[in-house]
Design a protein around this ligand. Sequence first.
Ligand code: C2E
Ligand code: MG
Ligand code: MG
Ligand code: MG
Length: 267
Amino acid sequence: MTRNNSDLPVRFYNPNQQAKMTRFLDIEERLRLALQEDKIDIHLQPKVALRNDQVVGYEALARWQEGEFAISPAEFIPVAEACGLGRDFDRYVIKKVFAALARSKTPLPPVAINITAQHFGHPNLFEFIHEALQEFELPASAIVLEITEGVLVDRVPTTLENITNLRASGIKIHIDDFGTGYSSLGYLMDLPIDVIKIDKIFVDRLEEERGRHLVEGIIAMAKAMDFEVIAEGIETAIQKDLLKAMGCCVGQGYFHGKPQPMFSVIM
Ligand code: C2E
Ligand code: MG
Ligand code: MG
Ligand code: MG
């Protein structure tokens, strides 16, 4: 009682906390509406084979701007997850991407869809994706799923089931932001995954000796374990050339192409 009494007023009148909470609630309310009213757009960023600059895939990235209100996914995705909208949001993105792919007149390389952490532990994930592929008459190879390593570290049984079922059905699993999570490498020994995405923070420091050694090490480890490697956030020709020389096959970043509206990519 006394402890609460002394904590409460401080918390309540902290203007910073108050502003954060107001912002959070504002985003939550707008997000519910935006999903209902189809106000969030999808952009696609190319993934490129470093040896010949051919586009070998795309990543779907959400873009939300309504008039004056513009907000980056780095801010609103965590809000979606915290207020239990992560799964609804993922389903919205999945349906939008699938609908565009189904309309496409030309074949497209796989489009990667980011899946929120909680959703990946949900028992309906596999069924939902499986049914959506059937509904839009798409093969499993039309998509891949990106998840962060934090999802794997807890080893939730449903997560493992989802990975196993998804891969058995032909959908590849990419580990996003590899090396940046609060995580142990132990999951790599047990879990069947396909691709490791080297995070931009490592690519940014490739021109430093220690940064280069670290990335070389990650690539060597991935090769030894039969994972493919995709480097994220490549912004310069120097970074691209270093990665290529290290044996990294695929890259993604502003150097090769910024995310573009999905309708301008899928005709
Ligand atoms: P992510 O999945 O790691 O996506 C890569 C982020 O890096 C994207 O930011 C992309 O626009 C940005 N990026 C790519 N190349 C470069 C580069 O060369 N330089 C720089 N500075 N940035 C680059 P974005 O779109 O703001 O998304 C941030 C994060 O929000 C994503 O990180 C992902 O975790 C999440 N996110 C975005 N869209 C979705 C979505 O549709 N569903 C879910 N569940 N998460 C999403
Ligand atoms: Mg991603
Ligand atoms: Mg990433
Ligand atoms: Mg990220």
